[in-house]
Design a protein around this ligand. Structure first.
Ligand SMILES: C[S@@+](CC[C@H](N)C(=O)[O-])C[C@H]1O[C@@H](n2cnc3c(N)ncnc32)[C@H](O)[C@@H]1O
Length: 327
């Protein structure tokens, strides 16, 4: 099992036992769209996959895998890129897995700037490329920052925090931002999360365009899977799970629970079949072994032979930022 670079803690793949049980028997070619520490890839290979294409946008994931992945020969192919483009990497797939969010490897490395517990540059870029969280905090206007913190972090004090960020510019480090947020909110009670949790989540989602990636990744998986191919997605918070749930409901023709005031959706030929409507969560053993699995949810669906179609991300309940007014 792989260790985190700074503290030797093993990376524990989340919901991997129920995932493998849900997609078994496993065979053929799979894409692991969130390779990370390679935990899912190795379990898929052990369960019977012939080959896994491991996709990750973070070059560090593949540097860390160098020491062990060569033992699998050409059964593992590593592909640097985003899962929104997974249909450009392969087609006719037997399966696609997505395990969303950051890896413990990324979170635990102070220099990646994801954690409000460790001082480091305010970075948060999974791909180590493009504008960082510091760039966003230092250049976005107050209204846009407030929007991001409210929509992506569900933080009610978003306006107060945005105002404090703008007043404190330039921001450079994670602890500087954590302190600014702490100054805007009441002290956390025991068992409550750190006051900066929601703001850090919001900025991370914005910096990495996580919701846009998810919507595009689900559509790309629909295009890349062969009939009978399986899609398994593990999410970590309610917005992600809502997007996956609505996508699968819409694409499996199941709109039974849809809002009765919503406009009627034209009947489609289902592109997916869902066997278990309810999301699968961690059991007591996993919760005990890995507290990070607390909010994880797994959804699985099987591709039919219907033609792939695009879907409007707004129909998935993706939070949409206001368009910037012209200046
Ligand atoms: C939760 S970790 C995956 C852990 C992995 N399942 C394991 O068992 O080792 C998520 C990984 O996905 C990557 N990632 C997140 N969003 C991505 C995207 N849109 N495209 C490609 N990789 C992404 C992150 O860089 C991170 O390495």
């Amino acid at each position: 099992m792989m260790s985190d670079p700074d503290n030797g803690k093993p990376h524990i793949p989340v919901l991997i036992r129920p995932l493998i049980a849900a997609v078994s028997p496993v065979s053929g070619v799979w894409i692991d769209g969130t390779f990370g520490a390679g935990g899912y890839t190795r379990e898929l290979l052990a369960a019977g996959a012939d080959r896994v294409i491991g996709v990750d946008r973070d070059p560090l994931a593949f540097e860390m895998a160098e020491s062990w992945a060569s033992a699998y020969g050409d059964r593992i192919k590593m592909q640097l890129g985003t899962f929104s483009k997974l249909d450009e990497y392969a087609s006719d797939l037997d399966g696609v897995v997505l395990d969303l969010g950051v890896s413990s490897m990324q979170l635990d490395l102070a220099e990646r700037g994801f954690s409000f517990m460790r001082d480091g540059p305010l970075d948060m870029r999974m791909s180590q490329d493009g504008p960082s969280a510091a760039d966003l905090c230092n250049t976005a206007d107050e209204e846009e920052l407030a929007d991001i913190i409210y929509l992506y972090g569900e933080e009610r004090a978003s306006r107060r925090i945005a105002r404090a960020i703008v007043a404190a510019r330039p921001l450079t480090t994670t602890l500087q931002l954590a302190k600014i947020v702490e100054g805007c909110l009441p002290r956390a009670k025991p068992n409550q999360s750190h006051p900066a949790t929601r703001t850090f989540q919001a900025l991370r989602i914005a910096v990495n365009n996580e919701y846009g990636e998810l919507a595009a990744g689900l559509m790309a998986a629909e295009r890349a899977l062969k009939p009978g191919g399986q899609l398994a997605v593990v999410t970590f918070h309610s917005v992600e799970d809502r997007m996956v749930k609505r996508f699968l409901q819409a694409r499996s023709g199941n709109t039974a629970n849809a809002n009765r005031y919503a406009p009627e959706v034209a009947q489609i030929t289902p592109a997916f079949r869902i066997e278990k409507r309810k999301a699968i969560g961690p059991d007591a053993q996993e919760l005990d072994e890995n507290p990070r699995s607390r909010s994880a949810k797994l959804r699985v669906a099987i591709r039919t032979d219907a033609r792939a179609q695009d879907i409007d991300p707004a129909d998935l309940g993706m939070p949409m930022k206001k368009q910037k007014r012209g200046r």
